[in-house]
Design a protein around this ligand. Sequence first.
Ligand code: ACO
Length: 333
Amino acid sequence: MSQASEKSVIISGVGSYTPSKILTNDDLSKIVETSDEWIRTRTGIRERRIAGENETTSDMASAAASEAIKNAGLKPSDIELIIVGTVTPDMRFPNTACFIQRKLGIGKVPAFDVEAACSGFLYTVEIARSLMLTSGYKHALVIGAEKLSKITNWEDRTTCVLFGDGAGAVVLSLVDEPRVGILQSLMGADGNESDILCVPENEQSGTAAVEKIERALHKIHMQGNQVFKIAVRVMCQSAVDILEKANISAEDISLVIPHQANNRIIEALSQRLGIGMDRFKINLDRYGNTSAASIPIALDEAYRNGRIKSGDTILMVAFGGGLTWAAMVIKWQ
Ligand code: ACO
C-alpha cells in the first residue's frame, strides 16, 4: 500500500521471550527414530525451546511485549492497539490479544488475533501499520507468539523435529516523517495448497473424538518436500517483488531476516538474491521453526547483538501454512 501522508510507521521497540527448557536433537532421538546428524544436515536445527505445561502463548507473548514496550521507552498505558499473530491461541476465544491486554494492564483498546501461520507476524505488522496510517493510532503492540509443542505430533519424526515455542514483539509508532520505518510490504495466499501443511481437525465433519486422536488430526500434518519446493519458490519471488516495489537493489539490503524454517530454504534465497549468508540473520539452529514468532525473535536478537543500526535497510520475508507469504522492507530510524 502506498502512503498517502507524510507520516510513517517505525519499529520503536523490540522484545522476545523463549522458554528455558531446551530440547536437543539428541533428546529427540530418544523419542523418535532420528539423529542429530539427520536433523542438522536437512534443516540446520540443533535444538528448540519447549514451553512449560502451564505456560501459555499469552504468557510468552506478554513477556516479549513487556520487553518491547520497555525498549520503546513507553508504558503499557501508551499502547492503543494490540494484534497477535498465532496459530496456537490460549483458547478458541477470547483472542490471545485480550489476555495480553489484561496481563499487561493495557487500556481498553482494540485487541485481536490474526491467523496466517508462519507469515502471521508480517501480516500483523502490515494490518497494524494500515490501521495506524488511516485511524491515527500512535503506538501499536504487534506480537508473534506460538506454543507449537501443543499441536506437534511427538510420534511423527517428519514434523516433530522442526518446531519450537517462543514469542517476539514489536512496538510500532506513528511518526511525522516520510520514508522511514516500514517502506513497503506485500502479502499473498494460495488456498489451493491448504492441505499440504495444516492441523486437519474439522469440527464440522463429525469425526469421532477418538478417531481424531488416533489419526492425530488435532496435530500438525505436513508434506515436507512439497512445502519445501513451494517455500523456496514463493520466498524468492516475494523477496524479488518487494525489492522491485520498494525500488531498492539487493546490495542496499543490510540484513535479511527470513522466516526460520530450514537453512536450505534460506541458502536458496541467498543465492537467488545474490546476498551473502553473512547478511542473513539465522537463529533456527537454537529455536527451530517457531512459526509467527520466528521473525520477531530473530529481529530482537539481531537488534540486541548490534546487527541493526540507524539507516539500515532490512528485508523480512516469510512463508507458511495457508499457504501464505509476506515480505517487508524497513528503513531503521
Ligand atoms: N529423521 C530421520 N529420517 C527422517 C526424518 C527424521 N526426523 N524425517 C524424515 N525422514 C526420512 C523420511 O522418512 C525419508 O525416508 P525414505 O527416503 O526412506 O522414505 C527421508 O528421510 C527423506 O525425507 P524427505 O521428506 O524427502 O526429506 P527432506 O529432505 O524433504 O527434508 C524436511 C524434510 C526437513 C521436512 C523438508 O522437507 C522441509 O524443511 N520442508 C519445509 C518445511 C517448512 O518450511 N515448513 C514451513 C512452514 S511451517 C508452518 O507454516 C507452521
